[in-house]
Design a protein around this ligand. Structure first.
Ligand code: PMP
Length: 447
């Protein structure tokens, strides 16, 4: 299939460059000059950067001097958390660029639906007078859950703590008064600007130590030559980001969820009872692991994600879902669908039909586990990628060939077969023990 036929339902991972950004970039490509240079070419670039800062600040209704350009939300989050002198309280469901920054961070628990436990946060704030930073994600990248930031802000004010929010997924999808935070992180590529540009909103009265040292650019918060083109692209998209209408997307997302629940009433939609950003749905396919789902969808030209996209390209169990109290098995069967603002019903219907095929295909295979079906797993034409893990594949292949050569299709006979294959056992026993646990459905598919 050509690239054009792909259905992209992974907007929370990144969204395509907007047309306005492209246009702005075409003009920007013609220019050259280091904004720190004294000559006129440098001056031109410097002025364009400052104009962009003013335009973005105006759109966000924030003072210009509070905006620092960074490489993205990861960097902005790190600048805020890394060198903060004092206690840092974060939620159990923060993005890894917050979650992993400080080993000494105090984790505030969340409810089963992903909401911050405000009473617990208050208890934590009561504990000491030490300077404290609270960092809470505004809208969750996996579940879409929006946190009650006004209430959190009242608490931090009461206890004189600093408040940071990672608003990467919230910008343009939730209306907040951005002035009520000390620090905010935004990312360009989530709103249709270039990758590699982001914003950190600072509070000049509460200075932070920079991560890097060098020139004095960005008021020394972020030394290094500015990403001029990235900044231009951000300026180009900011207003339309804030004016975007997501109402039809929300209807489609709700429709998608109802349809899937109809197919699979046991599916869990995380955070469904809370207010969520309109395009996001994190839903389980019972007993089918996330990697299997993502790859099966990919084989069907649909781009979706297993919770947060992982830098290594692997799918790991989400600390978010574990933080919300779900078991590994449940956490490992979640699929994130994040719709575009112009998503169509046709695309969503296609997604639902493929979801159903994958689900039924895997369910069929699970029947085999009980020894009632044959080992033929090709009951549907839809390609299904059975597992992401090569070693598990090898084991499945071994078992399949054992089965084919012996004509066996019952689980206990397989197990006996495994026992007989001592070399197989020696090679793979430990690996599979772990992998079987985290990739249970793959084994179920074969059995
Ligand atoms: N925070 C959240 C909530 C995100 O969704 C992401 C992107 N996955 C990031 C931070 C990191 O953003 P960036 O790619 O700009 O570093």
């Amino acid at each position: 299939m050509s690239n054009q036929e792909k259905i992209y339902l992974d907007y929370n991972a990144t969204r395509p460059l907007r047309y306005s950004a492209r246009q702005e970039l075409v003009q920007g490509f013609e220019l050259c000059g280091n904004p720190s240079a004294v000559h006129s070419s440098g001056n031109t670039i410097r002025r364009m950067i400052e104009n962009s800062r003013d335009t973005i600040a105006q759109a966000l209704k924030i003072e210009s001097r509070r905006l620092i350009f960074t490489s993205g939300a990861t960097e902005s989050n790190n600048i805020v958390l890394k060198n903060f002198k004092g206690r840092v309280i974060i939620s159990a469901t923060e993005h890894s660029s917050v979650y992993k920054v400080r080993d000494d961070a105090i984790i505030c628990r969340v409810t089963n639906s992903g909401m911050i436990d405000l009473q617990y946060l208050e208890q934590l704030l009561l504990e000491t007078d030490e300077p404290t930073l609270v960092s809470i994600i505004a809208a969750h990248n996996e579940t879409g859950v929006i946190q009650p930031l006004e209430k959190i802000q009242k608490l931090t004010q009461k206890f004189n703590a600093c408040l940071h929010t990672d608003a990467t997924q919230a910008l343009g999808r939730v209306n907040f008064d951005w002035n009520s935070f000390d620090f905010i992180s935004f990312s360009g590529h989530k709103i249709g600007a270039m990758t590699g540009i982001g914003i950190l909103v600072i509070n000049p009265d509460k200075p932070l130590c920079p991560l890097m040292h060098g020139g004095g650019q960005e008021r020394s918060y972020r030394p290094g030559t500015a990403n001029f083109l990235g900044i231009l692209s951000l300026k180009a998209v900011i207003q339309e980001t804030l004016e975007e209408d997501w109402s039809s997307t929300k209807k489609l997302r709700d429709y998608l969820e109802l349809q899937i629940l109809d197919i699979s009433p046991l599916s869990i939609i995380f955070g469904r009872t809370e207010t969520r950003i309109p395009n996001t749905c994190l839903i389980t396919m019972p007993n089918v692991n996330s990697a299997t789902q993502v790859m099966s969808f990919d084989l069907n030209n649909i781009c979706v994600s297993a919770g947060s996209a992982c830098s290594s390209g692997k799918v790991k169990i989400s600390h978010t879902l574990k933080g919300m109290g779900y078991s590994d098995d449940v956490a490992n069967s979640g699929l994130r669908v994040s719709l575009a603002p112009d998503a169509t019903k046709k695309d969503v219907d296609h997604f639902i039909s493929i979801w159903k095929k994958i689900y039924l295909s895997c369910s069929d295979n699970m029947h085999v586990q009980s020894g009632t079906n044959s080992v033929d797993t090709t009951t549907h034409n839809t390609p299904v990628y059975n597992n992401s893990n090569k070693s598990v594949f090898r084991i499945i292949d071994k078992l399949k060939s054992y089965c084919l050569t012996t004509g066996t299709n019952k689980k206990n006979e397989f197990v006996q077969g495994i026992k007989e294959q001592s070399s197989f056992k020696k090679k793979h026993h430990h690996k599979t023990k772990n992998k079987v646990h985290s990739n249970k459905p793959a084994i179920l598919q074969f059995y």
